[in-house]
Ligand binder design. Structure first.
Ligand code: BEZ
Length: 251
C-alpha cells in the first residue's frame, strides 16, 4: 500500500480484518501451485500472504507500510518494505498476487511495469482492488463535508478506481493477455461501523480539513452517510465495488 496514509497494524486488524477474510476468492482465482514462487503486492499484515505460503513453494510479501511489514514478519513471512511503484524484482516470480492494495497506488502504469518485470515468461498477475464506483457514497460525503469548509476534496482523492475497460487497456499496453476483468458490487458490513472505517482509511481527507476541524468533518460525513449506509439496527455497510482480474504474460 502507498500514498500519504499511515498504516498501523493494530488499528487495521481491529477495523479492517474483513479485507483479508473476504480475499479468498482472489486466492482461488490465482490457484497457487506447490513449488511456485509468488509475490504478494501490498501484503499488509500478511494474513493472506500466509495462506498463499501454505499453498505455494515460496511467497514474498511487499508493502509500503513499515508497521504492516513488521506484523507480517511476526507471522514468519518473508516480507519487505517496498513502494509498489518501484518494484525491484527481475523475472523471478511465477505469479504476482494483490488484494485490496492497487487502488492506493496512483500511478498504475508504473506499478504494472514493475509487475511485468518481476514475472517470469508466462507469469500470471491476479488481483482485486476497488473498481469504478467503489465507496462512492463515502467519497461524496467526505467531499461534501470538506467543500462546506471551502476545501476541494476531489483533488485529494487518494484512490484509483478504474473501470474494467480502463484497467484491461493498461494491462494489454504492458504486454499482458487479460483473461478476466470484472466489476463485482460487494456491499460490505463494517464490524466497527463507519467511524472505524473512516479512522482507518480516511486520513487523506481529514488532513485536508482546516486546522482543528478534522473531527467535525468526520462527524458531518457520518451524518450524511447514515441514511444510506446504516440500517435501523445501527449496522453499517460500505458500498464496495471490486475489480477482480486475471492476466498473464506470453510463455
Ligand atoms: C477497498 O478495499 O476498496 C478500499 C479500502 C480502503 C479505502 C478505499 C477502498
Amino acid at each position: 500500500m502507498s500514498g500519504t496514509q499511515t498504516w498501523e497494524a493494530d488499528r487495521y486488524a481491529k477495523n479492517a480484518r474483513f479485507v483479508a477474510d473476504l480475499g479468498m476468492p482472489v486466492v482461488d482465482l490465482l490457484a497457487p501451485r506447490p513449488g511456485e514462487r509468488i509475490l504478494d503486492l501490498g501484503c499488509g499484515d500478511g494474513a493472506l500472504t500466509a495462506k498463499l505460503a501454505d499453498m505455494a513453494g515460496a511467497v514474498v510479501g511487499v508493502d509500503a507500510g513499515e508497521d504492516m511489514i513488521a506484523a507480517a514478519r511476526k507471522r514468519g513471512l518473508d516480507a519487505h518494505v517496498m513502494n509498489g511503484h518501484e518494484l525491484t524484482f527481475d523475472a523471478e516470480f511465477d505469479a504476482v498476487f494483490s488484494n485490496a492494495a492497487l487502488h492506493w497506488m496512483l500511478d498504475p502504469d508504473a506499478v504494472i511495469a514493475g509487475v511485468r518485470r518481476a514475472l517470469k515468461p508466462g507469469g500470471r498477475f491476479v488481483g482485486e482492488f476497488g473498481g469504478h464506483g467503489n465507496v462512492a457514497a463515502i467519497c461524496v460525503a467526505l467531499n461534501a463535508a470538506l467543500r462546506q469548509r471551502g476545501v476541494d476534496g476531489v483533488e485529494r482523492l487518494p484512490w484509483f478506481f478504474p473501470t474494467p475497460d480502463e484497467y484491461r487497456a493498461k494491462l494489454e499496453a504492458a504486454g499482458f493477455t487479460v483473461r478476466t476483468a470484472d466489476l463485482i458490487p460487494r456491499p460490505t458490513p463494517l464490524p466497527t461501523g463507519i467511524s472505524g472505517w473512516l479512522e482507518t482509511f480516511g486520513e487523506n481527507f481529514f488532513r485536508a480539513a482546516p486546522e482543528g476541524e478534522a473531527e467535525q468533518v468526520k462527524l458531518d460525513a457520518i451524518e450524511l452517510l447514515r441514511p444510506c449506509l446504516c440500517d435501523q439496527a445501527g449496522n453499517w455497510t460500505a458500498d464496495y465495488v471490486r475489480l477482480r482480474f486475471s492476466a498473464a504474460l506470453e510463455t
